[in-house]
Design a protein around this ligand. Structure first.
Ligand code: OGA
Ligand code: MN
Length: 240
C-alpha cells in the first residue's frame, strides 16, 4: 500500500556523512548552565543535548523550530498505542521497495479514531506541537519500520501538509538527520529516544530534508544508537 507516499514530493540521495564530531556544535553541560540561568528546567536542558549540528549558529537559528521531548509518553501509554496498532499492522507485510522510494522496509496505516487512553496522548501531542485553532490533518499517520528499515532524505509534501510535523517514537530509539536542501553542509542530528516526541516546524520542515538513519549508520555524536523495529505516530497540520 502506497497511501502516504504521495506525501513525498522530492527525493534526495543521502548526503555524504557530515564530518562526524569534528566541528560539530555541542550543547552539553554549557547548555545546562545556560538553561539554569534562563530558568528553564533541567529536563529542557537534557532535551537540548539530544540535538547536534554543523554549527552553533545553525543550532541557535533553528532552536525553536526543532524540539525533542524525552519521555513524552509513559511505558503504559506506549503499550496502549501498540495495543491499538499492532493487530492492524500485523496483517500487512513490510515493503522493501525499489531503491528510489522514500522509505525502505516499512508498513504503514492511518488512524482517525482512537481509544480513550490513546486519544489522551494524541491530544497532548497536539497541544504542545500545534498552535491553538490550527487545522490538523484528520488521520494520524502510523509508520512501522522494520529493524532493517529506514527513511531516506525527503521533504514532506507542501501540498498536503502544513508547517508542523510532530512524531512519537515507539519501540526503538533512532537518529533523525536534517540537511539543508540548498547547502548540504548545514545539518542537525536529533537523537530520538524511545517514547520521545519530536517536532519540526517552519524552516526545519520546509528547507531541510529529514531522514531516519538505517541501523548500520545509526550513530549520534559518536555513540551508536541501535535501531530496532520502530513505530512512529505522526501528527501533521494542514497547509494554510
Ligand atoms: C514521514 C517521516 C518520520 C518518522 O513519514 O514523512 O518522515 O518519524 N517519518 O517516522
Ligand atoms: Mn517526512
Amino acid at each position: 500500500m502506497k497511501l502516504l507516499l504521495s506525501v513525498w514530493t522530492r527525493l534526495h540521495r543521502p548526503p555524504p556523512l557530515p564530518g562526524a564530531r569534528l566541528g560539530s556544535a555541542r550543547l552539553g553541560s554549557g547548555a545546562a548552565d545556560e538553561a539554569l540561568i534562563r530558568g528553564s528546567s533541567p529536563r529542557a536542558a537534557a532535551d537540548e543535548a539530544l540535538i547536534r549540528g554543523s554549527s552553533p549558529e545553525l543550532l541557535r537559528a533553528l532552536g525553536s523550530q526543532v524540539e525533542v521531548k524525552t519521555a513524552f509518553i509513559t511505558e503504559e501509554e506506549e503499550a496502549a498505542l501498540l495495543g491499538e496498532l499492532e493487530p492492524g499492522l500485523r496483517k500487512k507485510r513490510y515493503e522493501f521497495s525499489h531503491w528510489d522510494d522514500a522509505i525502505h522496509g516499512y508498513r504503514e496505516t492511518e488512524r482517525v479514531r482512537w481509544g480513550e487512553a490513546c486519544e489522551e496522548v494524541l491530544s497532548r501531542v497536539r497541544s504542545v506541537a500545534f498552535p491553538e485553532g490550527c487545522s490538523l490533518l484528520g488521520p494520524v499517520h502510523v509508520l512501522d519500520l522494520d529493524k532493517t528499515g529506514y527513511i531516506k532524505p525527503h521533504i514532506d509534501s507542501v501540498k498536503f501538509c502544513g508547517s508542523t510535523i510532530a512524531g512519537l517514537s515507539l519501540l526503538s530509539g533512532s537518529v533523525m538527520r536534517l540537511v539543508r536542501e540548498d547547502a548540504k553542509n548545514h545539518w542537525l542530528d536529533l537523537l530520538l529516544p524511545r517514547r520521545s516526541l519530536y517536532i519540526l516546524r517552519d524552516q526545519a520542515r520546509f528547507s531541510f530534508t529529514h531522514e531516519i538513519l538505517k541501523d548500520e549508520e545509526s550513530v549520534f555524536d559518536g555513540e551508536r544508537v541501535p535501531r530496532q523495529r520502530r513505530i512512529s505516530v505522526i501528527c501533521r497540520n494542514l497547509p494554510d
